[in-house]
Design a protein around this ligand. Structure first.
Ligand SMILES: Cc1ncc(COP(=O)(O)O)c(C=O)c1O
Length: 308
């Protein structure tokens, strides 16, 4: 396969069966999003937002792109910006792992680290993210840049509805019985759920939230600090569509750690914490008795473990 640029390496990830780490009832299959050039599921949103902005004139040739990121959106943007010739400035909470800043800088991005408000290294809260977003907005206006604003960009949801969801159906040969995904900006969960429910309205779609930080479940947030970097910011995302969520599943830090180790050692898949939480939640759903014993639950391996 010859492709024109790294942008064409985004999407069309394989669907991998996780039959070693999870032996039933039912089976778990997962999109290998860590294989994308930026190393995460966010490459899809980055590509969709920037191409739409170029198409309608909001992003002109050579213009600087600015965004707040937990690292993954920034890496996706850095890949697309490099291929299209846009300078990129990203703001990131200092609580996100240093490996992310290294990758962003290697891809040519300018990284501005923002001090944490109430989180701690490795545990980034909604208030930490808000501070980083405020810095990005300020820099975008000072430098006349294009502010990506991923939390308000509909293109991210549309990208998953047009690509990730249909890919799962095509790769399985039918819609899965269930789908689970952790929620950051919510593009992955909402886009895929929308695509699956359009074809098979009975598909059970579960949002995954860190235990103690579950606003989607209607719970008061008591534990804003958790290991699931990139998701679980303690508030409901701006474009959240509650009609797509059949249930919310909570996953604790220790369970995420345990599944992360199991995926690495039993499957050969060294992935991040949100990916491990997704697989843990898929197992909880299959063991809940809500689905048939031979059901298939699909999920997403959001990023590589090398980013932590
Ligand atoms: C590691 C990780 N997992 C999952 C997600 C969730 O993606 P979404 O923003 O589509 O909800 C993100 C988003 O940044 C992430 O960084």
């Amino acid at each position: 396969m010859l492709v024109a640029s790294a942008i064409d390496l985004i999407g069309k990830t394989p669907l991998v069966a996780l039959a070693r780490a999870y032996t039933g009832p039912g089976r778990i299959v997962a999109k290998a999003e860590f294989l994308q050039p930026g190393g995460s599921v966010k490459d899809r949103a980055a590509k969709a937002i920037l191409l739409a902005a170029r198409a309608d004139g909001r992003l002109r040739n050579g213009m600087t792109v600015v965004e707040m990121t937990s690292g993954n959106m920034g890496a996706g943007l850095a890949v697309v910006c490099a291929a299209l010739g846009h300078p990129l400035i990203v703001t990131m909470s200092a609580g996100n792992s240093a490996a992310r800043a290294r990758m962003l800088e290697a891809l040519g991005a300018e990284v501005v680290l923002v001090a944490q408000i109430d989180g701690e290294p490795g545990r980034v809260t909604g208030r930490d993210i808000a501070a980083a977003a405020e810095a990005a907005r300020r820099i975008a206006s000072e430098r006349d840049g294009f502010y990506v604003d991923q939390f308000h960009a509909e293109e991210a949801i549309a990208a998953h509805e047009a690509t990730t969801g249909p890919e799962i159906i095509e790769q399985l040969g039918r819609p899965p019985d269930g789908f689970v995904a952790a929620v950051g900006a919510g593009g992955t969960f909402m886009g895929v759920a929308r695509a699956l429910k359009a074809v098979a309205p009975a598909t059970i779609c579960a949002a995954v939230e860190p235990r103690g930080c579950r606003p989607l479940a209607g719970e008061v947030v008591v534990q804003p600090r958790h290991l699931l970097q990139g998701v679980g910011y303690g508030s409901i995302p701006p474009h959240w569509d509650p009609s797509l969520m059949d249930m919310s599943l909570g996953v604790g830090d220790e369970e995420a750690e345990r599944w992360r180790r199991a995926l690495a050692r039993k499957e050969g898949l060294h992935v991040g914490y949100s990916a491990a939480a997704n697989v843990c939640a898929a197992a909880i759903l299959l063991q809940s008795g809500r689905l048939r014993r031979d059901a298939t639950v699909a999920t997403v391996l959001c990023d590589t473990g090398l980013k932590y």
